[in-house]
Design a protein around this ligand. Sequence first.
Ligand SMILES: [Zn+2]
Ligand SMILES: [Zn+2]
Ligand SMILES: [Zn+2]
Length: 215
Amino acid sequence: MVIKPKERNIVYRCPDCGSSIFGLVGRFALKANMLRLKCSCENSLPLDINVTNDKKLRLSVPCLFCRQPHNYVVSENVFFERDLFLLNCPYTGMDIAFIGDEDKIQGELKRTEAEIQRLMTSLEAEELSDIQPTELSDDEILCDPAVFDTLKFLVCDLADENKIKCPCGDGSYNIRYFGKGVEVYCERCGATHAFSATTPSMAEEELSIDSLELK
Ligand SMILES: [Zn+2]
Ligand SMILES: [Zn+2]
Ligand SMILES: [Zn+2]
């Protein structure tokens, strides 16, 4: 018998002071309440988790790199049953929140800490705020964030059901902005599939597909 964990760790970095903020999410606690994690420093944005009507978790995660929250929808199964699940910034591709086993998360925190250090060094930045934009201008926003949310959700679901095929046979999949739209890519072999959806209603239509092949 497989015992399903009832709690999951979630960690994000405060965009203001860079501290790692740890939270524990209980399967049952979450059903009753919205969960909010917040850094103790001034003006910090909270990470919010809400349960949607169809039992998905909707997360709003402050981004260390953009200084604004990004939204994600994750199924309850993915949230509570994966050893490790990463949420990444759609603009920079950097991982901004970590869900899963505490050990695995600690490993990821170390890895991304080094990544941030390298980024800061390469940009000759002294403080976090030196790598953060003051404001995102209109032409930096490539496509509607709702399109990204919907397609991210679709890709997670298909990946969960092993409905994504790619040349390496055993990839791990993620999505990113590409041109004016969104594409899914394999983190292992780099194969991709570009979605043609650019508006939320077009993205909704994509939800009817039941498999994907990356090339
Ligand atoms: Zn802080
Ligand atoms: Zn971001
Ligand atoms: Zn692959």
